[in-house]
Write a protein that binds this ligand. Structure first.
Ligand SMILES: [Zn+2]
Length: 157
């Protein structure tokens, strides 16, 4: 598997971006500046890479005898509510459907899949997250997006 293609944050180009009802990028407006098009095309390339990575990861899990996978979203402020609500959910690999319960969920999706770890393993591990100021922090691996958002984004101490 090749390394992920570099992306450029799309936020800067927001006025040139078309979004659907859920806020996901679905295209770019006619006449957008070249740099906005470049950022969009890189996001599309990343999505293709993520599609291939997810398929590879799920295949490796099947080959290793696993029947289920866990959906893993990024714990930071820009994760969308849909990906956030899927974080930590477990699905049958046979039922994996891109854009429904398997990444990429949308252009710009940063989610991945993993094997399902035991509760004990999760309770004794950490996962990377970002606080409201964008600083890297570690949270327990059994903290999923809704709890993370409430504690670190909505009501930080
Ligand atoms: Zn996502």
């Amino acid at each position: 598997m090749s390394s992920p293609p570099p992306t450029i944050p799309m936020r800067k180009w927001d006025k040139y971006v078309k979004r659907n009802d859920t806020g996901h990028i679905i295209g770019i407006v006619d006449g957008a500046p070249e740099l906005a098009k470049d950022a969009y095309n890189r996001a599309i390339d990343y999505n293709k890479w993520l599609l291939e990575k997810t398929a590879n990861d799920l295949k490796k899990m099947v080959d290793a005898g696993f029947e289920h996978y866990q959906f893993v979203a990024t714990l930071d402020e820009v994760t969308c509510p849909i990906c956030g609500s899927l974080d930590g959910n477990v699905f049958k690999i046979a039922d994996a459907a891109v854009g429904v319960n398997s990444p990429p969920m949308h252009i710009g999706c940063r989610c991945v899949t993993t094997i399902v770890f035991t509760d004990e393993k999760l309770a004794n591990s950490n996962r990377f997250a970002r606080d409201r100021d964008g600083r890297g922090i570690k949270v327990r691996a059994d903290v999923f997006y809704p709890q993370y958002k409430q504690k670190y984004i909505d009501n930080p101490e």
